[in-house]
Design a protein around this ligand. Structure first.
Ligand code: NCD
Length: 407
């Protein structure tokens, strides 16, 4: 059992009262965070099954198309203009913070933010759990990223308890917690892969409509996420995005995962999680250099070394280590022609700038996809997906053929 505390000197917060609930296996917790096949809070990637993923991705695509016109954007803006969101991001973030803010704004939600505990009443010794309850009095959804492992989960229990006593309660969204999970990033990664492996759009794939051409060299290549080898490279132990994404990928048929990292417990994907994946039918390979794996993968997900999680006595010479794991232009040319390069960002030296013009580079599109997916998730939480679907049907479907079947 970990001890859940905030590093606030005298004002250490213990999540003690939630310990026994936090300590349960994830699958036991899910009924408390989902309600009648809908998400009530968003905490773990395992809350989503394939049907829910497909539904959310379809909504994301509709939001994207609807917002491409002014009347469409105005319609989306009107949907949740009566709602307010609190972005409580006390762990550093630029992308995810901005992405959630933009997603909320697409739907007309007004946002407020706390990014520094020292500028809130927590500086006066207020418990962060009290802060969260206070926010729930003013706001309609709380989107949070905290250094404290399991804090978002504890907040969701707090909201559920309030709900049970007929007190005001609002949804909690985990926007990345400690080194554990990053469920909304995993969903946007899946959305990006669905669009890429649809092999239908000029922008999403490295060539326009070239599936038939590809099949000549890759006769076994299928559309969609099944039957693929997914490569993950870098700091696989401490990168939460990898953990959440492999969890969602394990829902697909006949998939393999290639973990590519330095041969050290500090970076390798954890053994017990590999066993869990294998148990779910995923074939797992481990490589200790990018060169060995590069021509075998159908996707390459690069990650940076998560230096901020180093213990003070754990100073490493990363320069020596990282060389084998940099995606140089020469290495990138050895990737399969259709292999998307993904990265959750921020990047360090693992993807040099020259790679940005490689048609396989999908990381900027991936970030933009995040905004649509997060808007879809918020629309789901506030139950306005069917209104979005109806608007799309009325105003868009006759003009566009976006090959929805591909996702
Ligand atoms: C990642 C994160 O914060 O977990 N970035 C993100 O959310 N887009 C990855 C990272 O920090 O390396």
């Amino acid at each position: 059992m970990q001890v859940f505390t905030f590093e606030r000197g005298e004002n250490m917060l213990s999540l003690h009262e939630y310990e026994s609930r936090i300590d349960r296996p994830v699958m036991m917790k899910i009924p408390e965070f989902n309600r009648e096949n809908r998400l009530k809070h968003i905490l773990f990637s395992s809350q989503m099954d394939k049907m829910m993923i497909d539904m959310l991705c379809r909504t994301a695509l509709k939001i994207k198309h609807i917002s491409s016109t002014k009347p469409g954007s105005d319609y989306l803006l009107s949907l949740l203009s009566h709602k307010r969101a609190m972005l409580y991001f006390t762990q550093v973030s630029t992308r995810t913070f901005m992405s959630f803010m933009a997603a909320s704004q697409i739907l007309g939600i007004k946002c407020n933010e706390i990014r520094d505990q020292n500028l809130s009443s927590e500086f006066k010794g207020e418990s962060p759990l009290d802060s969260i309850r206070m926010f729930s009095s003013y706001f309609d959804v709380i989107i949070m990223r905290s250094k404290t492992p399991n804090f978002a989960e504890a907040c969701a229990y707090l909201m559920n308890d309030l709900d049970q006593f007929n007190q005001r309660s609002v949804p909690i969204i985990n926007a990345g917690a400690g080194a554990d999970e990053h469920p909304t990033q995993a969903l946007l990664d899946i959305f990006t892969l669905q669009r890429t492996f649809g092999f239908t759009s000029k922008k999403d794939s490295s060539k326009w409509n070239y599936y038939r051409e590809l099949k000549k060299n890759h006769p076994d290549l299928t559309k969609g996420l099944n039957d693929k080898v997914y490569g993950f490279c870098g700091d696989l132990r401490r990168g939460r995005t990898v953990r959440s994404l492999v969890n969602l990928l394990s829902l697909y048929e006949n998939i393999s995962v290639a973990f590519i990292s330095p041969d050290s417990e500090d970076f390798r994907f954890p053994e017990e999680e590999i066993k869990r994946l294998e148990h779910r039918g995923v074939t797992v390979y481990e490589y200790f250099s990018l060169d060995e794996a590069i021509d075998k993968v159908d996707m390459l997900y690069m990650t940076r070394i998560q230096k901020e999680y180093d213990k003070p006595d754990q100073s490493k010479n990363y320069d020596e280590l990282i060389g084998e794991f940099i995606l140089t232009p020469e290495r990138a040319e050895r990737l399969k022609t259709y292999c998307p390069i993904l990265h959750p960002f921020p990047r360090n030296e693992e993807i040099p700038f020259e790679i940005d013009s490689n048609p396989r580079a999908m990381y900027f599109r991936q970030a933009r996809n995040g905004m649509w997916v997060r808007a879809a998730l918020i629309a789901h939480l506030f139950d306005v997906e069917s209104q979005i679907a109806n608007y799309y049907q009325d105003k868009f479907s006759e003009y566009h053929n976006y090959n929805m079947e591909a996702i």
